[in-house]
Design a protein around this ligand. Structure first.
Ligand SMILES: [Zn+2]
Length: 468
């Protein structure tokens, strides 16, 4: 057994350089899903991944078109009696702005000090290739996988996964599995492995206020009419009180408060608050009475993501604009739902708008929260595989972010979701100078190779939770 493990370890380790080279090429394809001008690049990214999956030993790989950007499906089926794992990732990336803040061209990856810098290195292309290169390594060592493996990589995760549910429904049979392993998350530190068991949900809105039919001359009308930018600013400023609490009536109604014991467990997870904030130069903020860890995982948020309106060109233009806009978002925790929070926030905004002001508040996209039981066999075996590579037991964490497709996999396919990712808080995903620590990807390859062996040993039955 030990000798065999060594052979596997070496064969997987031999895929480290190919992983870095493959990732560098893939990051060179700017698959920004929110930018319509990049649609061709997202398609090229899908084609790249399809070919890469085949080269790594997947026996079937296809680009699946959607009404939006294409997804990629790949599989290697070994034996129907073995457990089937569906790996989820996404091949689209976030926009790069503000581009001036990058030390490098975002799509010309740079390897430096054991890291690979570039948009998509950590989120999420590195994770997908971690899985595929592990497949290659296992096949090199043994000629076959110990389980049936499927991969679904969507092309719209950074744009709200609008067509993912539709895609999953259309390909239910192809995607059938015993467990989903989602690799789009992170750990707290390099020496502190973690498995994510909870994700916050998301609701994202656009808010428009209108105070006149047309822009007005600030000399002729100034002083006699309302200003939509001032109205909007006041509405937004009033969303939180001075204790950092959201003022919207009903906003916290569905929030499942953690017991003292659950808060104690969360507090026991080592978390370097200064180390979390300092690398990004962020000023601490948030709701009084909760730790930074709690604020970003078990508490809901209401954030202003953007605000605009009026004249923004060169020089002066003496105008009172007719309209102003903002983008707002909420991170949702159990048991909040997007419709419930949308109703509460919309009612609040309309009620605080002065008479005569038209308010347009609409939901742009949303996704539910996810919570996976830590005693599920698929989670426990994943923890065992991670512990074998990192040399210590992983901690169970909740992630502040939202991955709506995880809720789709859990809901539509009824799959237990194991969230195993190797990203780090300093990876600057969604921000300038995104990077991935290569040693994390390399350990991740070893961990998934070990995970598949443990899943195979457990068998289909053993991967199902025991009835109480
Ligand atoms: Zn991601």
């Amino acid at each position: 057994m030990t000798g065999g493990d060594g052979l596997l370890r070496d064969a997987v380790a031999a895929r480290e350089r190919p992983l870095v080279e493959g990732l560098s090429r893939w990051v060179g394809i700017p698959s920004v899903s929110t930018d319509p001008e990049r649609a061709g690049d997202v398609a090229a990214s899908a084609a790249f991944l399809r070919d890469y999956a085949l080269a790594c030993g997947m026996t079937r790989a296809e680009v699946w078109e959607t009404s939006g950007h294409p997804a990629v499906f790949a599989e290697r089926l070994v034996d129907p009696r073995l457990p089937t794992v569906l790996v989820y990732g996404h091949h689209d990336v976030q926009p790069v702005d503000p581009e001036a803040e990058w030390d490098l061209a975002p799509f010309v990856p740079l390897e430096r000090d054991g890291q690979l810098l570039g948009r998509g290195t950590a989120d999420d292309k590195g994770h997908i290739l971690m899985h595929l290169e592990a497949v290659r390594g296992i096949l090199d060592a043994r000629g076959q996988l110990p389980i049936n493996l499927k991969l679904i990589a969507e092309g719209e995760e950074e744009d709200g996964s609008e067509h993912f549910e539709e895609l999953v429904r259309a390909h239910r049979a192809d995607l059938a599995a015993d467990v989903a392993v989602v690799s789009d998350t992170g750990m707290l530190a390099e020496d502190l492995p973690a498995l994510t068991v909870g994700l916050r949900g998301l609701a994202y809105w656009e808010l428009g206020v209108q105070t006149a039919e047309t822009d007005l001359h600030s000399g002729v009308y100034g002083g006699a009419v309302m200003n939509p930018l001032a109205v909007l600013s006041e509405m937004l400023a009033g969303l939180h009180d001075r204790h950092g609490r959201v003022t919207v009536r009903g906003f916290y109604d569905a929030v499942r408060e953690l017991s003292a014991e659950e808060r104690r467990q969360l507090g026991a997870v080592p978390f370097d608050e200064a180390g979390f904030l300092a690398p990004v130069g962020a000023a601490a903020g948030g709701e009084e009475g909760f730790s930074t860890m709690e604020r970003r995982t078990i508490r809901p948020t209401l954030e202003i993501c953007g605000i605009w309106g009026g004249y923004q060109g060169l020089g002066a233009k003496t105008v009172i604009p007719a309209r102003a806009w903002a983008k707002l978002s909420s991170r949702l925790v159990p048991d909040q739902t997007a419709p419930q929070v949308t109703e509460a926030v919309g009612t609040h905004l309309r009620s605080v708008a002065p008479p005569g002001v038209r308010v347009d508040f609409r939901l742009i996209h949303d996704g539910p929260f996810v919570l996976t039981p830590t005693d599920h066999p698929a989670v426990r075996l994943a923890a065992e595989a991670v512990a074998a590579v990192w040399g210590r037991e992983p901690v169970y964490i909740r992630e502040g972010g939202s991955i709506p497709p995880v809720a789709t996999l859990a809901g539509e396919l009824g799959l237990p979701c194991v969230l195993f990712g190797v990203g780090l808080p300093e990876d600057r995903i969604h921000a300038p100078n995104e990077r991935v620590v290569l040693a994390q990807l390399f350990r991740g390859m070893q961990a998934v190779a070990g995970m598949w062996d443990l899943y195979a040993a457990a068998g289909v039955e053993g991967l199902s939770p025991r009835p109480d």
